[in-house]
Ligand binder design. Structure first.
Ligand code: VG1
Ligand code: CO
Length: 542
């Protein structure tokens, strides 16, 4: 029976870059999750009888909220929910299921790279019928609904057991529990030449994939070990844990340090990779080299035609604004479209749906294609493996020949975490105030050619997003970008993105910190970071 429960609004349910993220105790306040889920349903609207996909990254509190969401779906007239067994679905696998099964949307429970556990982070995200994150029009509507909510609807009986595969019913609604991996793994088999990759692995090519105790473990084990023949032990930390083993499932220099160190050692495997909490991001490494995510996007775009799924070539590339322009040089050379969007995958959906782009990527180690409407960590790993299987070269040699052909874009992102929100706001405010007078100013050898706050008009649906990050461009094309993170749950995180293009192959082997030295120093001068925050160095450099 449908039950209507009275509730009162919370005023802080505004989705950020990727859904609503808060600390677990915050989510455990009375009706907090219910309010947000009802606001999603209210914003999405329904004629009744639709299909909804539900899954999450397995973090602490995942199961509880999944059971709440199933009952509320029944209470709100859905005809069927498709749930990953045990409540697990990686973000790209959820996107695939939404598309494949013609669902009207999906609820993905994840705070991605943020740590989990009773005091860790939790998140809820809504994806629409194309499989992609809800666009701003819908996230704004969800927030508006959440501020005015007076009741939510649920189903009287409790949700069925989600640990067993198969169909059961909750009222009139079918609850279908599916293998989280199967459909995703077949999609990967369609896109990539598994036989070629198997041959590569059989020839002695070694790999290590760190699933960081998060959701990708079962996917990587099935695909890399069972289907592609990598020996047991190639996938490490492959069992999803509610607290990610106490770790921070972010595949960057700090949190994936163990694997990075192994890759730099004498006994390194040929290929190394790691993924984040919900499986949508990736870090790719070769023996003795870490591929910067912006370079990875460029290399994947330049070589995608080597994989069967992209053999006809790619229509275009989209990258988020702070992502380096390495991909732009590929697009220019191949005479295909290049689009610059705000941060967050929700801005790629219209371009992918319209067929304007095939491959998208972000500097934060997210890459993906039109096969789903999310970034996809394992997809990137498999495309790399397919490229290596075709070219029979090392990761390092693929990257170096890319730099020789296109030039090298030196790039770093500096994160200052948990700074005081007010201080962060003032820092950005001061940058805004100085934007108009910035052009022509000189900093050492650097002269500002343009400075603005990035706004985006979606070329497909005309929607506009403003305030997407401060860009300072210098003559010659070097660039510093400042923006505040929209995924944190404590204080503010300032991200500073620094880039410089080097065409001369003789200068391409420098270390990025050295190649970017003057820009890094200038980023502090212009951003007044030390002066305002007291921080003398970033917490994370990627
Ligand atoms: C970060 C990344 C962004 C990514 C987002 C969600 O956002 O910078 O590129 O799309 O996380 O990724 P922000 O606002 O903190 O910079 V995930 O893997 O957390 O869903
Ligand atoms: Co993620």
């Amino acid at each position: 029976m449908i039950e209507t429960i009275a509730t009162t609004p919370y005023d802080d349910q505004k989705p950020g870059t990727s859904g609503l993220r808060k600390k677990v105790p915050h989510f455990r306040q009375p009706h907090y999750a219910e309010n947000f889920i009802q606001s999603i349903f209210d914003a999405a609207g329904s004629d009744g009888g639709e299909t909804l996909v539900i899954g999450g990254d397995g973090r602490f509190y995942n199961r509880e909220v999944i059971l709440i969401a199933i009952r509320m779906a029944a209470g709100n007239g859905y005809g069927r929910v498709i749930v990953g067994q045990g409540g697990l679905l990686s973000t790209p696998a959820a996107s695939n299921l939404i598309r494949k099964r013609g669902a009207s949307g999906g609820i993905i429970l994840s705070a991605s790279h943020n740590p989990g556990g009773p005091d860790g982070d939790f998140g809820i995200k809504y994806n629409i019928a194309n499989g992609g994150p809800a666009p701003e029009k819908i996230t704004t509507a969800i927030f508006e609904k959440s501020k005015a909510i007076t009741r939510y609807r649920t189903w009287t009986e409790t949700a069925p057991d989600i640990s067993r595969l198969g169909e059961t019913k909750l009222g009139d609604m079918v609850v279908e529990v599916v293998d989280p991996v199967a459909d995703y793994a077949s999609l990967m088999e369609e896109l990539f030449d598994f036989e070629k990759i198997r041959d590569l692995v059989a020839s002695g090519f070694t790999l290590r994939f760190d699933a960081m105790h998060a959701v990708t473990g079962p996917y990587a084990t099935e695909i890399l070990q069972n289907r592609l023949g990598a020996p047991a032990g190639s996938v490490i930390n492959g069992t999803p844990l509610e607290d990610f083993g106490g770790g921070h499932p972010d595949p960057n220099a700090v949190h994936a340090a163990t694997l990075i160190n192994q890759m730099m050692s004498e006994k390194a495997p040929d290929f190394g990779a790691a993924s984040d909490g919900d499986g949508d991001r990736n870090l790719v490494m070769g023996r003795g080299i870490v591929v910067s995510p912006s370079d990875s996007l460029a290399v994947l775009a330049a070589n995608a035609h080597l994989a069967p799924g992209y053999a006809v070539g790619i229509a275009g590339i989209a990258r988020s604004m702070p992502t380096s322009r390495a991909a732009d040089r590929v697009a220019e050379a191949r005479k295909i479209g290049i689009y610059e969007t705000p941060t967050g995958w929700k801005f790629f959906g219209t371009l992918l749906d319209a067929g304007k782009v095939t491959i998208c990527g972000e500097e934060s180690a997210g890459t993906g294609s039109n096969h789903v409407r999310e970034k996809d960590g394992l997809w990137a790993v498999l495309l790399w493996l397919n490229i290596l299987a075709e070219r029979r070269e090392s990761v390092k040699s693929v990257l170096e020949s890319h730099w020789t052909e296109f030039g090298r874009t030196f790039y770093q992102r500096h994160d200052y975490e948990e700074i005081d929100s007010e201080v962060a706001g003032e820092l950005m405010g001061s940058l805004h105030d100085r934007l108009a007078s910035m052009a022509g100013q000189r900093f050492g050898t650097l002269v500002v050619s343009e400075a603005d706050d990035f706004s985006y008009k979606d070329p497909v649906d005309g929607s506009i997003a403003t305030g997407q990050g401060v860009r300072i461009v210098f003559s010659g094309g070097s660039r510093i970008v400042y923006r505040l993170s929209g995924t944190g749950t404590k204080g503010a995180t300032l991200r500073v993105y620094i880039e410089r293009y080097e065409k001369d192959p003789a200068k391409r082997d420098q270390n990025p910190a050295a190649a970017l030295k003057e820009l890094i120093d200038t980023a502090d001068v212009i951003g007044e970071i030390k002066k305002r925050t007291g921080r003398t160095a970033p917490d994370v450099v990627t």
